[in-house]
Write a protein that binds this ligand. Sequence first.
Ligand code: PY5
Length: 306
Amino acid sequence: MPIEKTDKIWMDGQLVNWDDAKIHVLTHTLHYGSGVFEGIRAYPTSRGAAVFRLTDHMRRLHDSAMLLHMDLPYSVEELVEATKATIRANRLDSCYIRPIAYLGYGEMGLNPLPCSVNVSIAAWPWGTYLGAEGLEHGVRMKISTWRRMDPNINPVAAKGTGIYINSSLAKVEAIHGGYDEAILLNTTGSVAEATGENVFVVKNGVLLTPPLSAGALEGITRDSAMTIARDLGYEVREQTLLRTDLYLADEAFLCGTAAEVVPIRSVDDREIGEPGEITRKIQETYFAAVHGEVEKYADWLELADG
Ligand code: PY5
């Protein structure tokens, strides 16, 4: 799906025209994957565009930067305000927001420390990531032959641009095989996560998801889904999962900002089937929450005009 152009992109403190948001070919991050980024969504609510857990996303951007020795020149609060300004400047009520911090032009050695740190924030309308059919009836997953990196090879807790080569390889392998999305195992063979989503299974009425130590990103949607599930009265456990736990699941789903909450319909051609009741309830509550329809989750929303 091509990116839908909007008017303005925030670059290092200025709102510049979309077509002018350019960088030099010798930008450090282009060569070494030394950037950090976030994926955030804003949804229409009765009080205007609301960004879902914006401050939490900007905190994670700061954490990612810290892990890669980048000193961000903007505070969490400044990035929150910059995001709201970008949404207002583009008059968007529903959008995907992509902040990225990168090491700029000026140095070419591997030492990142002398490099300038640049930050930009773009926002554009982006529909459902894994397709309307997937959201409704579930996606077909393949266990990748690519393993999620060991945390002593790359800091997988950081949303680092270069780290996503691993996800891209798994994604292409899944697409070439005729599947929608891939699940990656870690180097010890247990389930880590999907290419851009966390994974949950439901077994005997209990929700299970791999612990962060398995190599899963600390997903903000994962945290939201766990809260929603517990509030609905379900038990949620972080637990090591094997690929066969996926095959034998009663229900399973993916969650992430871009993908939202997406049922899994099969894994390696083992049918899980149409979305089950627990997955449906969590999906429905998540969509109601992001649209400002659930009072108890009102704190998750940060108004673009607020
Ligand atoms: N795991 C990985 C590897 C991710 O990239 C993401 C988010 C998640 C889990 C879920 O995290 P969260 O719930 O905080 O979004 N992926 C990005 C996103 O915007 C990029 C996807 C193209 O969803």
